[in-house]
Ligand binder design. Structure first.
Ligand code: ASP
Length: 315
């Protein structure tokens, strides 16, 4: 057990329609998830910390324009991008998050700087940006984050709202998030989550990702969690903390607690899913939507990824 390490990642959950996905697009998603798993695995295999592993895994997904975080983030109804990110460390529940930022190339690094170099837990907007500049965080120009696909998704949504037509978009066009959870060789857990939020959100809207106990959580005694889905529900149900509480106070196993919370969210309209890992390195990847981009890797270095409700594929 002491030498066990494992990592899981996600790239968002929702109505991921197989019929609107080409084999090439599917292959790209699997490759993106594998790149992220391999980045995190390299850290863990070298004896690195769970916190470094989840940061590396999330950075790989932020850099990939396919996923709604960093490069490729969705647009607000004002046509801007506002990103949220969080990291949490299981040893001491150290936590850092940013919300409503635009400019730092890897928002998860901004969250990490809040954790390590400030006395606060969550910084937002212009103050967060000023902090990032002072910390020497790398910025990228607006064009770096822009993708035609996300811009078009905003135009489609604004047109739909103007015509009062029913919402038939796949969730994939509306939102998405990336995240990672890990257990390192020393038995420490960590979680990281990063997102552009929801397409056509009101400027200033903050989702569940940077809200600890909702979309992100890590505590060595119970579990580490990164969620994806309709953030407002995950906040109202304190989803991540509910899982940890079921484990702590009731002795539930990780998969029992995680599946129950995701199922309950589904019943009340909160579509989405999450990735979770416990102190023994056991992983649970439940979702109540059609699909969730997800993957896991353990010490053997074999990457497993999946999109739909099927067993994970070895890649
Ligand atoms: N949970 C994210 C948010 O509400 C969106 C998503 O994961 O799809 O900002």
């Amino acid at each position: 057990m002491p030498d066990t390490f494992a990592l899981a990642v996600h790239g968002g959950a929702g109505t991921i329609r197989r019929e609107s996905m080409t084999p090439e697009a599917e292959a790209q998603y699997h490759a993106g998830l594998r790149d992220s798993l391999n980045a995190g695995h390299a850290v863990l295999a070298g004896g690195g910390s769970a916190l470094d592993a989840v940061t590396a895994a999330v950075m790989a997904l932020e850099d990939n324009p396919l996923f709604n975080a960093g490069r490729g983030a969705v647009f607000t109804r004002a046509g801007l991008q506002e990103m949220d990110a969080a990291v949490m460390r299981g040893e001491d529940r150290g936590a850092g998050a940013v919300a409503g930022i635009m400019g730092p190339r890897n928002p998860v690094q901004a969250a990490r700087a809040v954790l390590e170099n400030s006395e606060h837990v969550l910084l937002v907007g212009e103050g967060a940006m000023e902090f990032c500049r002072a910390q020497g965080i790398t910025f990228a120009p607006a064009g770096y984050f822009y993708t035609e696909r996300r811009w078009q998704a905003l135009q489609d949504e604004l047109a739909r709202q103007a015509s009062a037509a029913p919402d038939t978009r796949s969730d994939e066009a509306k939102h998405g998030t990336v995240g990672a959870v890990a257990r390192d060789r020393h038995g420490n857990l960590a979680a990281a989550t990063s997102t552009g939020g929801m397409t056509a959100k009101l400027p200033g809207r903050v989702g569940d990702s940077p809200v600890f106990g909702a979309g992100t959580w890590a505590d060595n005694e119970t579990c580490a969690i990164s969620a994806t889905g309709h953030g407002e529900y995950f906040i109202r149900w304190a989803a991540a903390h509910d899982i940890a509480a079921r484990m702590r106070y009731r002795g539930d196993a990780l998969d029992v607690a995680a599946e129950a919370v995701v199922e309950e969210l589904g019943r009340i309209g909160g579509s989405g899913g999450l990735i979770a890992i416990d102190a023994a390195g056991r992983v649970s990847l439940p979702f109540n939507s059609q699909g969730m981009y997800r993957g896991m890797i353990a010490a053997d270095g074999v990457a497993w990824t999946g999109i739909y409700r099927q067993p994970l594929q070895q890649g």
